[in-house]
Each structure stands twice: as C-alpha cells, then as structure tokens.
Design a protein around this ligand. Structure first.
Ligand SMILES: [Zn+2]
Length: 396
C-alpha cells in the first residue's frame, strides 16, 4: 500500500457534486477509493507527453476516471496511418491538429476535465516550465531524446515519470521515481542506443492494440499513485509479450553512479538531448583507432557452432540477464569485471557482450589492459543476436 502523491491540503477546496456522485458511482463503490479517492483524482493534474498511441488511451481513460486537469504536449496533425491505434482520432479528423481533436474528444467523454494543450515540441528549453504544474508525467513519446529529457526533468522536479514503450508485439512500462525509492531511466540505460539500433513504430511496425494495453498500464499507474493504493511499478520493469500473452516484471536497482539521481550527480539541468542521442556513432568513430576487434552476431554463432574454444562474457546487469540471455554466456556485470578477472580463462577467445555493444566495448578494453590477448566485442550486443541469429531471445 502506498501513499497518495496528492497532499491532503489539496482536497480542501474540492467537493463532489451530485453529477460527480452519479458519474463516478462505480469508483465510489470501491472501498479502496470511496469519496476521498475520487476527490484526489479530481484534484490531480496529469501531463501526457505525446498524444499518440500511448497518450490516446491514457488521456481518454484518465479523463473518464475524473482527473481534474490533463495536459497534452503534441505538435502533430492527424495522419491516416495514426488511426490504426491512436483512438482519440477518427477518420474525419485526418489533417487536423491532434490537440484540437483530442481536446474535443476528451470533453465529449468528460466535460469537467480541464484540458491544457501544449502545441509544441517538448524541448530542453520548455520542459521544466511545462511539467511544473503537474503531479505526475506520462511519457508517451516514441524517441530517445524525449525519453531522456522527460526522465531528467522529472528527477529534477521530484515528480513520478511513468514510462511506456511499444514495438512490434512487445511493450514495456515502469514508473521512474528516485524520490519514491526507485531508479530513473538513466539508471537502466545510461547511454542511448546507437542511432538506428532501436527502431520506432514508424520503422519497425506495431500491433495496433499494443499501445492501448501499455498506455492503460501507464494510466493505471497514474491512478494508483494519485489514490495511493496498491504497489506501484516503482523499482520494477514490466514487459508485455502479446504473442505469448504474458506480463513479466523484473526488479530494478538504482545506480549509485547515475549522473542525475546517483550519489554524486553531474547533471542538474536539461542538456542537448539530440546531441546526446546522436553522439554515439560519432564517439565510436573517433575511438576507432584504438577500438577492440569485434565479431558480428552471425560470426559468433558460427564460432560457437564450430566449437571454437570460446568464453562469452555478458557484462550487463542481472535484471537484464533475467529478461534475455545468450545460451552459454557467463554473467559478470561491468562494475564487477575488474575484481573478477581470475574467473576468466587465459586460453581460447573471449567475446564480451552487452545490450547494444557500448558497455561491452568498455569491458573488452579493460580486459585487454589486464593482459588478455584474444578479446572481441560482440557488435550490436544481444540486440543484434536477437535480430540476426535467434529471434526467440526477447528484445528490450
Ligand atoms: Zn538514475
């Protein structure tokens, strides 16, 4: 059982009208909510970054549930290809501004909701000002610069950031809130994937119902935080697989070295996220002179099949290993590698592997410096393995 993020003092000015009592009667029947829970929902202010696949169901259901104020950030117009999943919009709306349509649609569902439209991009310049009036932020964006930005400003402002993402047949969700005891997005993903390594919906496709499911997981988490019931997804990472039809969740840990929420933070205000997320290839290229040799996923498979003397070392974190692993790999998280060198054989070749290839390159360099001769980096990490060798290995 958790505490509500809406302070008691916020309820003083608010009452439920006769119309409210009728409209929300199914909520009022729940002993966990009753009138006080509904008052908290009415007092709550929720911001949705993006009014697309995730933001559509989240905003619509939160409005129906009676959230007092819903902010929407989006600059797009409705395109016919949106209609397969963005249920705020209809065929007649194609070509119109999304926020105009969203506001009408939400008011049709519940005229009492105060809808605030931010018809702009969510940027380093405006993000802190936009989130300031809100209690909780739902990140419905589909790109890495916005995810890091949304994470960072929420950490700075001590507001829960409800994360969701979807691709193909899989979805993920978590609540990032260091001030409530969990990690932030950067604790999990200190570095963005190389550009192009993690395609968005427009590139990889997505089953239309999937953002509905994940967007409503986000809305559910928002309502739980607002009312103060249940166990929030703080410190847990949820993965939904539509093909297998299962939800799995993994415990997350805070990274003491995290540059925004760690013990010695180094980032205190928004940075240039486009540059941060585009910088991976540039820095990789500039370091190529002293780069460690690499193998592709397919080459690695061939080496394993031909039974070369090979040790595959996975330098990711245990929670990541729990989600997906390459059979036969040995887990030694990057942070422990230096003190566990004795566990590694000096004969044969060592292949170092992580999620997308950046951490393993660091690990491989460390091993080279420690005198290991035959060290290779698995290019593209387990992502490439799943893509090119074994698609049954889950991607995250
Ligand atoms: Zn962090």
């Amino acid at each position: 059982m958790s505490e509500s993020i809406i302070g008691q003092e916020r309820l003083a000015q608010i009452a439920l009208s006769a119309d409210d009592l009728a409209r929300y009667s199914r909520h009022l029947l729940l002993p966990e909510l009753k009138a006080e829970g509904q008052l908290r929902i009415k007092a709550a202010r929720v911001l949705c970054i993006g009014a697309g696949g995730l933001g559509s169901p989240a905003a619509l259901y939160l409005a129906a549930a009676g959230v007092g104020k819903i902010g929407l950030v989006d600059f797009d117009r409705v395109d016919i290809s949106n209609l397969q999943r963005q249920i705020l919009y209809g065929t007649k709306d194609v070509g119109r501004k999304k926020l105009e349509v969203a506001s009408e649609r939400i008011h049709d569902t519940n005229p009492r909701v105060d809808v605030v439209s931010y018809d702009c991009r969510f940027t380093s310049e405006n993000a802190q000002e936009i989130i300031a009036p809100y209690d909780v932020i739902i990140d419905g964006s589909d790109n890495f610069p916005t995810r890091y930005l949304s994470n960072d400003v929420c950490v700075f402002a001590r507001k829960p950031n409800i994360y969701g993402s979807v691709s193909r047949f899989e979805g993920q969700a978590s609540v990032f809130a260091p001030h409530l005891g969990g990690p932030c997005y950067r604790c999990l993903f200190p570095e963005p994937p190389p550009p192009g390594a993690a395609p968005n919906c427009a590139e990889a496709g997505v089953l239309g119902v999937l953002p509905g499911i994940i967007g409503l997981v986000q809305a559910t988490e928002a309502l739980k935080l607002i009312v103060g019931v249940g166990e929030p997804l703080v410190g847990r990472f949820l993965i939904f697989d539509a093909l297998k039809m299962n939800f799995r969740d993994f415990k997350l840990r805070r990274d003491a070295e995290c540059p925004v929420c760690g013990q010695h933070p180094t980032i205190f205000r928004p940075i240039d996220y486009e540059r941060f997320c585009g910088a991976q290839t540039a820095s990789a290229a500039s370091e190529s002179a002293d780069a460690v040799p690499s193998v592709s996923a397919k080459e690695l498979k061939r080496k394993m099949d031909s039974r070369e003397m090979l040790t595959l070392v996975d330098v990711r974190e245990p929670w990541e290993y729990g989600i997906a692993q390459i059979t036969g790999s040995r887990l030694i998280p990057l942070g422990e590698l230096e003190k566990r060198l004795k566990e590694l054989p000096r004969e044969g070749i060592l292949v170092i592997q992580c999620h997308s290839g950046a951490r393993s390159e660091q690990g491989a360099k460390l091993l080279q410096q420690a005198g290991f001769g035959n060290v290779y980096n698995l290019e593209g990490g387990i992502e490439a393995w799943s893509r090119d060798v074994d698609p049954t290995v889950p991607r995250y």
